[in-house]
Write a protein that binds this ligand. Sequence first.
Ligand code: ZN
Length: 477
Amino acid sequence: MQLNPHSTSKAFIRVISVICGVTLLSVFAQNREIDWEKQKAEILRHYRALVQINTSSPPGNETKAVEYLKKVLEAEGIPTRTFALDPNRANLVARLKGNGSKRPLLILAHTDVVPVQMEKWQVDPFGAVMKDGYVWGRGTIDDKDKLVSMLMMMILIKRSAVTLDRDVIFLAESGEEADTTGVGINFMVNQHFDEINAEFAITEGGSARLENGHVVTVNIGTTEKVPRRARLVATGTSGHGSVPRVDNPVTHLAMALGKLGTWEPQMHLNETTRTYFDRLAAVSPPDKAARYRALLDPQRAPQVQRYFAENEPSVYSMIRTSVVPTMLKAGVGANVIPSEAEATLDIRALPGEDIDEFYAEMKRVINDPAVKIVPIPATRPEAPPSRLDTDAYRAFEKVSKQMYPGAVVLPSMSTGASDMAQLRAKGIQSYGIGPAVTEEDRLMYGAHSDVERLSEASLYRLVEFTWNAVMEIAAKK
Ligand SMILES: [Zn+2]
């Protein structure tokens, strides 16, 4: 679609604006106007095409997605560069130049997705099937919705010829979900930082909540929990399955997991979560508000823990370092007692958690010398939260108010991890955004769930939200 079919009329407006000296602002405002109704088909086409490219990681094969993006961008006259540590897992960078009066804005999304269990899906997870107003498929909400949003930013900025105060850099990065060899953000930050260095970054890590068809909260990711995974390794004596042994490592491992499963690590609030629950209470119905307020009160907090564990697990995770068993490995045959049994724990630490002390606490909880805690090397650095007093954060607040009147904007701590950790560690003020979803969507069809989906309407609004924010941050003032 041509956004500015009449370059002559644009030139005419420029002449008039120079003469009058007053309409410059309105010209830029005009360029920024997008007919979103007309944009839908193109957004959907790219989105579905990207979901249909199977980039489940490992192995990722993100280069296939990069090839798609490259073709689309270059057809628009936007040059691209690719950077690959592994040729199958390339990263793509494209830059639209600004006038250099401000430092760049980086918009990024990851191209890989988590694996699928085929039997859990009623539709092809890589079909981008459209049903009941939703697009279904792995990556529909993590992270191909942001990927297509960032792609559309580049396309629309280029076509509408918006004047930029700062460069807008697009990074489509590999290996966010499983980056054991450092092909994605680590490679870009360590080897090609000049290509992506920016004042601000926008990427995944936020969300918005839909209730009765209205957006009630807009979460902007400003900090996140830190993955500090570990393996639990139980050892014992191998032997014949017909002879029970008290040191059977499978039994010891199971008991250790049982203890960890019922253990409740110490609750802790930080500035972000305190602000978050306080603001959330202000816009919640009385029963919910009372529970959020109870969290802020040390006397009452213990009483509401169980409710959150059972009904709002993401809130439960936001207030403590969490320990979640995710994988088990033991045994070679039904009649063989193995000498070792192993579990993987997905531990997500609150920012600032002393992890060595936390492991020591876990050891006391397990209280079994046959079970060892073996830390898995950290893949992400810890970094201070992004600030709330920046032009970027103010832009999100302004745009949220414009698009979703009455919604409250919440600075939020993600329980998940994102590549913002590496960017924040390099001093880039990084903010997470995301589409509006219902409570059911969030619990049943969210990131890394058995089945993922995103409503078509939310997809379009996300692209529009991103555009408005990017224009606020980067377009010439
Ligand atoms: Zn993601």
